[in-house]
Design a protein around this ligand. Structure first.
Ligand code: PGA
Length: 273
């Protein structure tokens, strides 16, 4: 792995929200992948499982790519890994091109040695009348697996984490939610037109996410700059669900320079180079 100096990393440590800034998204992704790999190996050495909370979207793809590389070239095994994905559109068939089931298989699970029964994503095919019971079971399964060791997150332009859109409560759990218009518009690139973007989704709740032992949120690009700044500096409230992360004991934002551009220059101190 590159040294912090080589990637021009700067680190702001505040009691509520450490932010690490990288020159390139790839460097941040490698950093998170290395942390995940080290956790998996540590657990394997103790004959224990490692429970990962996973995210979809364009942001974490390079994390998965790096983990696949480590599997192929560095014998990283996922044999002891259990995964829970944050969310899935509703309704949607797993084989549909836009489903998160398909995304995860194509970008990650098809390329590693994970045991398929250890992979969990909310199902977009559950009958509507069974959804609330299904969501309770999803929560129960996370608890029975020992809880999430590390939760990977992106952030949407609404400030959502998972599909916890503005209005989501701090104590929310896995449930059926309505997608924000901004989020649906952002999904047009995948679905082709707005009419085809589902109105609903099943998502882990804010509380579900906050129960993870570590949280690593990635944000890259200019289009994330404003929401990153607000998530870090605004008052903690349901109006911007990502603000709730600030109450967590082991949370870190990993951002590139573009996504960090609305944070005050003093925020990062002197770059390490
Ligand atoms: P993105 O989505 O990675 O495609 O930007 C992030 C999110 O909505 O959480």
């Amino acid at each position: 792995m590159q040294s912090p100096d080589a990637v021009g990393m700067t680190h702001r440590t505040s009691p509520s929200m450490p932010v690490v800034r990288f020159r390139e998204p790839a460097d941040a992704c490698k950093r998170v992948a290395a942390e995940i790999a080290s956790l998996i190996r540590q657990r394997a050495a103790e004959s224990r499982r490692c429970v990962l909370g996973l995210a979809t979207g364009s942001t974490p793809i390079r994390v998965y790519r790096e983990l696949i590389r480590m599997h192929r070239e560095e014998r990283l095994s996922f044999f002891n890994v259990v995964t829970f994905n944050l969310d899935e559109y509703y309704p949607i068939k797993p084989e549909s091109a836009q489903s998160y089931h398909r995304f995860m298989s194509e970008h990650f699970f098809n390329h590693i040695d994970i045991i398929r029964s250890n992979v969990h994503l909310p199902k977009g095919t559950v009958e509507l009348e069974n959804v609330s019971g299904y969501c309770r079971d999803y929560e129960e399964l996370i608890l029975r697996s020992g809880g999430i060791d590390l939760q990977l997150l992106g952030i949407g332009r609404t400030g959502h984490v998972g599909f916890n859109e503005p209005g989501a409560k701090r104590d929310s759990r896995t449930r059926l939610v309505r997608l924000d218009t901004v989020t649906r518009n952002d999904a047009v690139k995948d679905f082709g037109d707005l009419e085809r973007v589902p109105l609903l989704a099943i998502t882990m709740g804010v509380e579900t996410i906050l129960q993870a032992r570590r949280i690593r949120l990635l944000a890259f690009g200019e289009h994330k700059a404003r929401i990153v700044q607000q998530a870090i500096e605004n008052r903690i409230s349901s109006a911007l669900p990502a603000t709730f992360l600030r109450g967590h004991r082991d949370v870190q934002y990993l951002v590139d320079y573009d996504a960090a551009q609305c944070l005050p220059p003093s925020f990062f101190g002197t770059p390490l180079q």
